[in-house]
Design a protein around this ligand. Structure first.
Ligand code: CAA
Length: 386
């Protein structure tokens, strides 16, 4: 068994760390306070190749493996989770979905621009009445022969206001249930695409989350992804990979909380010595380190399984549910270690604590991850394949 990252993966980790510490950290608190979209930072992420990491170089991507992607996500998420969710959605939901299931023409038209950051992508599945219950799509796409007419509303769409490309899931035949769902590539400049107000959120506040309305949008037939009726499976397959990205984001929050707490505890003194020398604090750090490392193993393993072409559905859900709970606990403990300073916006840990919560919700809540895991366990998937 080899737990070592390759030289290439280590180089990606180092580049992401340097970028996050030098370019993201300085303005992260301010962007969060003002809900200002990190336009310049996203441009730099694109320049560094972080927006299309796993896409083949043929389409302008980095041609990297999933492990490289998660180590980059981890480093960026230690600092700025608005940036890392933008990166995650573009990489694992939009680019990966298009490269894996799109036609050659779709890849030529959309992928290169999505990798270079010229365009940003969004994944539009959730609706006001279809969150966890994703088969209950109310958005419809009526087949008109050479095109579809799309109508409906999507909620909580990351990159909603800044994206040029939407992957939209819609019901084309209600009678067929989930087999009557399709996925479409929609250009947001088409007539009938209406971007609603930006959400004012608890965390990841600089990221751009919107409600989107599609009013009689004409979608050419060649913009459907896959065979007729493939849309729900497309969404599920894409989300399995997406969950590894969010698990890596959660890991970054946990690890970032630990790093900040270690540094602070060595500087801050109480009762005549650094608080790290008090067992009450040192044991908190030990528990955080323990849990973060366990999360890291689950996240890296899920990414590795995907790279090996093995089944990673359960592994992705395990990584996400565990890492997001670790993120939450570590961030809460980090605030505690920082005491009063942890409760004010001048220090990064209160922002990490607010950001941690969403990792238990988006791309499938912790309850949905447990549903996926329990179904697979009950189907006999008791022991992972090594
Ligand atoms: N891969 C491939 N196919 C899958 C699959 C997977 N991981 N999971 C399910 N399927 C298939 C099933 O095999 C089944 O197909 P057949 O009938 O042909 O066998 C079909 O999909 C329906 O599956 P289920 O019967 O299991 O469907 P269900 O109604 O019980 O729902 C669910 C399953 C797991 C609960 C699913 O609805 C789900 O994942 N819900 C959560 C949705 C979610 O994650 N939303 C996140 C929004 S996106 C987001 O947050 C992005 C962002 O902006 C950050």
């Amino acid at each position: 068994m080899d737990f070592k990252l390759t030289e290439e993966q280590l180089a990606v980790k180092e580049a992401a760390r340097e970028f996050a510490q030098k370019e993201l950290k300085p303005g992260a608190i301010e962007r969060d306070n003002h809900m200002s979209y990190p336009k310049e930072q996203v441009r730099k992420m694109a320049e560094l190749g972080f927006l299309g990491m796993m896409v083949s170089p043929e389409y302008g991507g980095g041609g990297m493996d999933t492990v490289s992607y998660v180590v980059a996500m981890e480093e960026i998420s230690k600092i700025d989770n608005s940036c890392s969710v933008i990166m995650s959605v573009n990489n694992s939901l939009v680019c990966w979905g298009l490269e894996t299931y799109g036609t050659e023409a779709q890849k030529q038209e959309y992928l290169t621009k999505l990798c270079t950051g010229e365009w940003i992508g969004a994944f539009c599945l959730s609706e006001p009445e279809a969150g966890s219950d994703a088969t209950s799509q109310r958005t419809t796409a009526i087949d008109m022969g050479d095109h579809y007419i799309l109508n409906g509303t999507k909620n909580w769409i990351t990159n909603g206001g800044t994206s040029r490309v939407h992957l939209v899931i819609a019901q084309t035949d209600v009678e067929k249930g989930h087999r009557g769902i399709n996925a479409f590539i929609v250009d947001t400049q088409w007539q009938g695409v209406v971007i609603g107000a930006k959400e004012d959120k608890l965390g990841i506040r600089a990221s751009d989350t919107h409600t989107i309305m599609y009013n009689d949008v004409k979608v050419p037939k060649e913009n459907r992804i896959g065979e007729d009726g493939f849309g729900f499976k497309f969404a599920m397959k894409v989300l399995s990979g997406g969950r590894i990205g969010i698990a890596a984001q959660a890991l970054g929050i946990g690890a970032g909380s630990l790093e900040l707490s270690v540094a602070y505890s060595k500087e801050r003194e109480a009762f005549g010595k650094p608080i790290s020398q008090h067992q009450a604090i040192a044991f908190k750090l030990a528990d955080m380190a323990n849990e973060v490392e366990a999360a890291r193993l689950l996240v890296y393993r899920a990414a590795w399984l995907k790279d090996q072409g093995k089944d990673y559905v359960s592994a992705a859900s395990m990584a996400k549910v565990f890492a997001s709970e670790v993120a939450m606990r570590s961030a809460v403990e980090a605030v505690q270690v920082h005491g009063g300073y942890g409760f004010v916006k001048e220090y990064h840990v209160e922002r990490l604590m607010r950001d941690a919560k969403i990792t238990q919700i988006y791309e499938g809540t912790s309850e949905i991850q447990r549903l996926v895991i329990s179904r697979n366990v009950l189907n006999g998937e008791l022991y992972p394949e090594y």
